[in-house]
Design a protein around this ligand. Structure first.
Ligand SMILES: *[C@@H]1O[C@H](CO)[C@@H](O)[C@H](O)[C@H]1NC(C)=O
Ligand SMILES: *[C@@H]1O[C@H](CO)[C@@H](O)[C@H](O)[C@H]1NC(C)=O
Length: 328
């Protein structure tokens, strides 16, 4: 920095300080406030994400350790029912280590979201992370019953393929929520959550990408085929969700891409390898809460609970469509 640039920078800082002092009288919102703020809608959006963080935490905790939040951090369940069907996965040491770290990251996410929501934080929703729940999803992805039925807990490859389905949904939700956030506290929290969810998605995808041509035993499909099938299923489910809400046709758009894609979906339309799922400018795709519910309920309809959430999700946004605990 030259001397004159230094002087200019200093005067900008001084000007800002002066402006902040002058403005910090009752004016709302106060741009210089150091208090991180949340509006009511911010809280609703962050609370919606808490549902997903519970799913991620329980799936990863069980996979790595063989137990969930009830043992790891019971206070964070707030008395919500234990998940159905979680179990220790047969993982090689590297994957066990990575999954353990992701599991504990999710515990931190739940804690910080709950702290920020205060009395608006709800208990853990009922989650179905059983082999049967995953088998149903993989059958739907492949449009036929897999024989034997898919068991996410049986091997590192199976577990990572199931994990492929987890942080990415949260990631697209955070990207979708971001433009709607108003308060500095909510923006800061969501940026921090999004960063780590994206990192998790990248590590899962990278590990799978290294093995993209391997066959998933005992089936006839490869790792890449499986990621493409799951992504296609999620594209379909969230599109159906939009149609269900609009009650009318909605143009089909892709917001979920597997590891090997037609070249027009690759980065700058120049690669078929697709390490990250992103749009034509390599920006992450956004999803609305309605699209996310359509996916995680496996029903293609935010009004119809099921899938990982047999009783539905908690919070004002989810319960616009389906009251928690009411059968679908
Ligand atoms: C969990 O999911 C499986 C597969 O869809 C289903 O058969 C089972 O009834 C579900 N459990 C609960 C309690 O919803
Ligand atoms: C979904 O639920 C909302 C709110 O109860 C309702 O307005 C809408 O008609 C429902 N849509 C479908 C497709 O059932």
């Amino acid at each position: 920095m030259s001397k004159s640039e230094g002087v200019t920078a200093l005067s900008i800082v001084l000007l800002l300080l002066w402006t902040c002092t002058a403005l910090s009288v009752d004016s709302e919102p106060d741009p210089c406030s150091t208090t991180l703020t949340f509006t009511e809608t911010d809280k609703d959006l962050v609370a919606f994400a808490l549902n997903l963080e519970y799913l991620e935490a329980e799936f990863f905790l069980f996979g790595a350790f063989g137990y969930g939040l009830d043992r790891q951090a019971p206070v964070l369940t707030a008395g919500g029912p234990p998940p159905i069907g979680g179990q220790k996965a047969m993982l090689d040491p590297l994957i066990n280590d990575l999954v353990a770290q992701m599991a504990l990251q999710e515990v931190g996410h739940i804690r910080v979201i709950r702290q920020n929501l205060g009395p608006d934080a709800f208990p853990r929703p009922l989650l179905n992370i059983s082999r049967a729940a995953w088998a149903t999803i993989f059958d739907a992805a492949f449009n036929m019953p897999l024989i034997p039925s898919f068991d996410p807990y049986a091997s590192s490859i199976n577990y990572m393929l199931a994990s492929y389905a987890v942080p990415y949904v949260g990631l697209t939700g955070y990207v979708g929520a971001n433009p709607q956030l108003l308060g500095s506290g909510a923006k800061s929290l969501v940026a921090g959550l999004l960063g780590v969810e994206s990192g998790q998605d990248a590590l899962i995808r990278t590990w799978l990408y290294e093995r993209k041509q391997m066959f998933v035993t005992p089936y006839g499909f490869t790792v890449a085929d499986a990621t493409n099938a799951i992504s296609r299923l999620r594209n379909d489910l969230d599109h159906n969700g939009l149609v269900a809400l609009a009650g009318a046709p909605v143009p089909y758009t892709v917001d979920d891409e597997g590891l090997v894609v037609p070249i027009q979906f690759g980065s700058e339309q120049q690669t078929t390898g697709n390490i990250l799922s992103a749009d034509v400018d390599s920006l992450s795709y956004p999803r609305t809460p309605e699209q996310i519910l359509s996916i995680v309920y496996s029903s293609g309809n935010p009004n119809v609970s099921g899938g990982f959430y047999p009783l539905g999700a908690h919070g004002r946004i989810a319960e616009r469509y389906h009251k928690y605990g009411r059968t679908a």
